[in-house]
Design a protein around this ligand. Structure first.
Ligand SMILES: *Cc1c(COP(=O)(O)O)cnc(C)c1O
Length: 846
């Protein structure tokens, strides 16, 4: 393949350009008489005309992106139909993944790689004289998620299809995804993400599967022939759910699964009632309420605020999805529930879809006249629940009055589940009211609220944490009594990432090198443990040189992005120190900032100080209502700007906070990272997945013993990771003693100087207390995430990083061993474990 025009060739002549293609999956079933490039080219041109009313002369990159996507979609949909045909014919057991978020990113290149059409599409466009980069860059990310949880769902879909598991993902077709972020004078400013404005070539709307959702209303009792009373949910409103299907193509296999996202619409009757009684404007307003449900993704990561629309969103997508699942099941089973739980496994991605437990029970009891015991057994056999966090503020609760107004019948059902649960608790711990209060689905004392995590635990046959440490803490701290009550229900499924997007697609240079050494990616990108074969090159000087030259070329590319997006000049010879993740106190971007201030101050006091030049790269969105997080963003931006412009330090430090962190930006940063910041307070990060992406791309972790960092350390070895700071028992001990940040402030002169500096108006002349929220949180606010306690240990670990980086060969070896040894963190491994231990899901060859 020809080399695209990129400025990298001057600085790194030996290295292939970033977009050098690698032939991935062999594509099955192509007619040998056709020239595949030519037929694809014809399909592109046909779509350009028929879908976009453009010709070759007037077409913009975005038009080429849509036309090419549609041409490729034709082939993917053919495979989708074939896959669904086989699944239906064999009446297979299926996994239904319920997630309120899917952070898919761009689909164009990923679909081309996965289907094996990448080279053909490149050639087809090149022959038409179309620039590949501009086509790729014209795709807007599909950002229907906040961060790690939504990205995990996307990685899981990729692995499910790649491993030929019959699976459907269900979610919401948000009109607006996660906000776009801009910086104005260092402040975060949010803009709506109107991601569909230029069309979405990958989705297919399915109005024929439109589903009714009942909501609101009241419950009355009706009497049957024998005088028995039955609850009847009545006076409800109806919202329609219209499904949009996005095909999910496996890599190097014929399987194409689907992601089905529900868009809300108003019913016709709904409009007419209002129209007859109130006139046109009211009718339209009523209609708008129906459409509002799927309008916008809530931009909060790990906090819930009890908003009615959020509950309506959750119920809406759960209800649509369960109806769809039941419809599919009845199609095969002649309206019989007999083997429903043989054919259906449903996974709840966090508690966001936990109302599904009550909804399926309601359908069985009220619509299909099941006795409670039988209905309950179907429900618990069907559901599995994944817990994603131990942070108390992230555990979902719904005030009972609100919940009852929206879902009056479900309130009755949750109370009945709870009544029966309390009987079980009483049998096990007679007279122990404390146990009952802990395990109850209803939080009493103050305003009553339903605890959705408790509902999910009780209503599922399996509950899993997302890293070994997290699962241990889940059992020990969050749910010890449930663990006691249901032995064996809690289990671990350490998260993973798809190596297709996070190595093959995003790092073509490294992919090419690995392929030269280990053979086709159709082998190693489907079995990531094969990367262990790179270990034998870790000491090989020539290989080290190649590996680091690739890193340098990737850094050069990122430098171009940094210049364009931040206006900052950075050198690819500096150490690229990267922290990219949602902005949250527990993730401790402010600890990173204290280190930056430390180095800056040391340089000001001694300009000839010999340190490895560093570029600090940040990417992070703060929830719009999270003031402290926004203050941290402003502090990094303002201090960074001062550092970047300070000639006295000779460019030894640069700070680049790239705006609008998202999947497509992560794909540019990760291949260029030398150092991966995973510095959360021990016990707070459930797993992390950014840590895995970075390690896979040869970035060394500086991190606490938290989440999956622990397991990354086990895999790569103590010599190839920089671990520092308090461990979980140390944090617990400090909490028990009463942690006081002033002690650390008082005992460490350098720390005190840094914190005082931050609290002064040095960086914002004329504006005092610009970082007051941040400064307050560290001292008077009690430093809830123990930044000061970990400061010195962190700075010392950074000094070890500095020393290690000077030894080029040693650093190269460490980086190579990271890539070679993190095969465990492929989401293929994770999905295989879920399929075996939780879903009992066989794979089905197409
Ligand atoms: C992987 C990923 C995350 C999760 O990062 P963590 O460091 O695990 O919090 C968040 N956002 C995006 C865009 C990602 O790709």
């Amino acid at each position: 393949m020809p080399a695209p025009k990129k400025s990298t060739s001057k600085t790194a002549p030996a290295i292939a350009p970033a977009s050098a293609p690698v032939s991935p999956a062999a594509v099955p079933q192509r007619r040998s008489t056709d020239d595949p490039v030519q037929s694809l080219q014809q399909a592109i041109l046909r779509n350009l005309t028929s879908a976009l009313a453009r010709d070759r002369v007037t077409a913009k990159p975005r038009d080429w992106w849509i036309a090419t996507s549609l041409a490729v979609r034709e082939q993917i949909l053919t495979r989708l139909i074939k896959t669904q045909g086989v699944h239906n014919k064999e009446n297979v057991r299926r996994l239904y993944y319920l997630s309120l978020e899917y952070l898919m990113g761009r689909l164009f290149e990923n679909n081309l790689y996965n289907t094996g059409l990448y080279d053909e599409a490149r050639t087809a466009l090149k022959d038409l004289g179309v620039d590949w980069e501009s086509v790729r860059e014209s795709e807007v990310d599909m950002g229907l998620g906040n961060g790690g949880l939504g990205r995990l769902a996307a990685c899981f879909l990729d692995s499910l299809a790649t491993l030929d598991f019959p699976a459907i993902g269900y979610g919401i077709h948000y009109e607006f995804g996660l906000f776009k972020q801009e910086f104005v004078h260092g402040h975060q400013v949010e803009h709506p993400d109107n991601w569909m404005i230029f069309g979405t070539p990958w989705e297919v709307v399915r109005p024929e599967y439109t589903t009714d959702v009942k909501i609101y209303g009241r419950v009355e009792n009706v009497f049957d022939n024998n005088g028995n009373s039955h609850p009847r949910w009545t006076d409800t409103k109806t919202i329609l759910g219209v499904p949009y299907d996005i095909p999910i193509a496996g890599y190097g296999t014929a399987t194409v699964n689907l992601l089905r996202l529900w868009a809300s619409r108003s019913t016709e009757e709904f409009d007419l009632v209002a129209f007859n009684s109130g006139g046109y404007v009211d009718a339209v307003r009523e209609k708008a309420i129906g459409e509002t449900v799927s309008k916008v993704l809530y931009p909060n990561d790990k906090t819930e605020n009890g908003k009615e629309l959020r509950l309506v969103q959750q119920y809406f997508f759960v209800s649509c999805s369960l109806r769809d699942i039941i419809r599919r099941h009845f199609r095969h089973e002649g309206n019989s529930w007999e083997n429903f739980d043989d054919k259906v496994a449903v996974q709840l991605n966090d508690t966001h879809p936990a109302v599904a437990v009550a909804e399926l029970l309601r359908i069985l009891l009220d619509e299909h006249n099941f006795a409670w015991e039988k209905a309950w057994s179907i429900v618990t056999n069907t559901f599995g629940y994944t817990n994603h966090t131990l942070l108390p503020e992230a555990l979902e609760k719904w005030g009972v009055p609100l919940f009852t107004r929206v879902l009056p019948r479900h309130t009755q059902i949750v109370y009945e589940i709870n009544r029966r649960l309390m009987e079980v608790v009483e049998a096990k711990w007679p007279g122990d009211n404390k146990k009952k209060a802990i395990l109850s689905l209803v939080e009493e004392g103050g305003a009553k609220a339903f605890r959705m995590a408790n509902l999910a635990v009780v209503g599922s046959h399996a509950v899993n944490g997302v890293a070994a440490l997290h699962t241990e803490l889940l059992k020990k701290d969050l749910f010890p009594d449930f663990d006691n009550l249901y032995p064996g229900k809690f289990q671990n499924k350490t998260n993973g990432i798809t190596p297709r997007r996070w190595l093959l697609d995003c790092n073509p240079r490294l992919t090419k090198l690995i392929t030269e050494k280990l053979g086709s990616p159709t082998i190693w990108a489907r079995d990531l443990d094969v990367l262990r074969g790179l270990e034998k090159f870790a000491d090989d000087k020539a290989f080290q040189k190649e590996f680091m030259a690739i890193k340098r070329a990737n850094k050069q590319d990122l430098a171009t992005v940094i210049k364009a997006d931040c206006g900052v000049d950075v050198s690819p010879d500096a150490l690229f120190d990267v922290q990219i993740k949602r902005l949250h106190e527990y993730k401790r971007q402010h600890l990173n900032l204290l280190h930056i201030l430390t180095l800056y101050r040391r340089l000001l006091q001694n300009p000839s100080l010999d340190i490895v030049p560093r570029v600090f790269v940040f990417g992070a969105k703060a929830a719009p209502g999270y003031d402290l997080a926004k203050n941290i963003i402003r502090a990094i931006n303002v201090i960074g700007d001062r550092i970047n412009k300070d000639d006295r330090i000779n460019g030894k430090l640069k700070v680049a906070f790239l705006p609008n962190y998202r999947v497509s930006l992560a794909e540019k940063i990760i291949p260029a990272s030398d150092l991966s910041e995973q510095i959360s307070t021990a016990g707070k990060e459930a797993s992390g997945t950014g840590n895995m992406k970075l390690a896979l791309n040869g970035s060394l972790t500086i991190g606490t013993l938290d989440g999956a960092n622990v397991e990354i350390g086990e895999e790569v070895g103590d010599d190839n990771i920089f671990i520092f700071g308090l461990k979980v028992p140390d944090v617990e001990k400090l909490d028990a003693e009463g942690y006081n940040p002033w002690n650390y402030y008082g005992a460490d002169d350098e720390l005190r100087a840094i914190v005082d500096w931050l609290g002064s108006d040095y960086f914002t002349p004329g504006e005092s207390h610009a970082f007051g929220a941040l400064h307050h949180s560290l001292l008077d606010g009690g430093d809830p995430y123990k930044v000061l306690a970990d400061y010195r240990s962190y700075v010392q670990a950074q000094e070890k990083v500095d020393a290690a980086y000077r030894d080029t060969s040693r650093w190269a070896k460490m980086a190579i061993l990271n890539t070679a040894r993190v095969g465990k963190f492929s989401s293929d491994r994770t999905i295989r474990e879920y399929a075996k231990d939780i879903w009992s899901l066989p794979s089905v060859a197409i």
